[in-house]
Design a protein. Structure first.
Length: 150
């Protein structure tokens, strides 16, 4: 099992920078007054949609860069479009439901990536990075959900 220190520096820095809209969004939802709290909440949700779509695209890229052909392409390509479709549904949902959809989607994407990493489709450090980034993204969204439901 890889450690955080084994993650290449660019991936580590850019990956953790990518959690700032999740964490900053949660802070904004709690700290700002109306209407700015809802502006920040919507920005956080739409960013979550973009990130979830990106996580699917990683699998499309892997499939394109592999020697997979024919029937073997179904699994990675089918999964690769699933997060974008989940994101599309979240984008049209009420904020509380959108957050639940995104948390579920990010968790599912992590489970798929963990499995793919265990199969050797991605380097071991990718699984470690994804675990940390998913935890931070879900924490930020979860904090916002608590505020929305309060």
């Amino acid at each position: 099992m890889a450690t955080l220190n084994e993650i290449p520096l660019p991936a580590r820095l850019l990956g953790f920078a990518g959690t700032l809209p999740f964490l900053g969004g949660a802070v904004g939802v709690w700290a700002l007054d109306a209407p700015w709290d809802w502006v920040v909440l919507n920005a956080q949700i739409y960013y979550g949609c973009a990130i979830l779509s990106f996580l699917g695209a990683v699998h499309w890229g892997r499939a394109l860069g592999s020697s997979l052909e024919g029937e073997a392409l179904w699994r990675p390509l089918a999964w690769s479009v699933t997060p974008a479709l989940i994101s599309w549904v979240a984008a049209f949902a009420k904020p509380d439901l959108a957050i639940v959809i995104l948390i579920s989607g990010l968790t599912a994407a992590y489970a798929v990536d963990r499995s793919a990493t265990a199969l050797g489709w991605f380097p071991a450090w990718y699984g470690v990075l994804r675990k940390s980034l998913t935890a931070l993204a879900v924490a930020g969204l979860g904090a916002s959900l608590v505020k929305v439901l309060a």
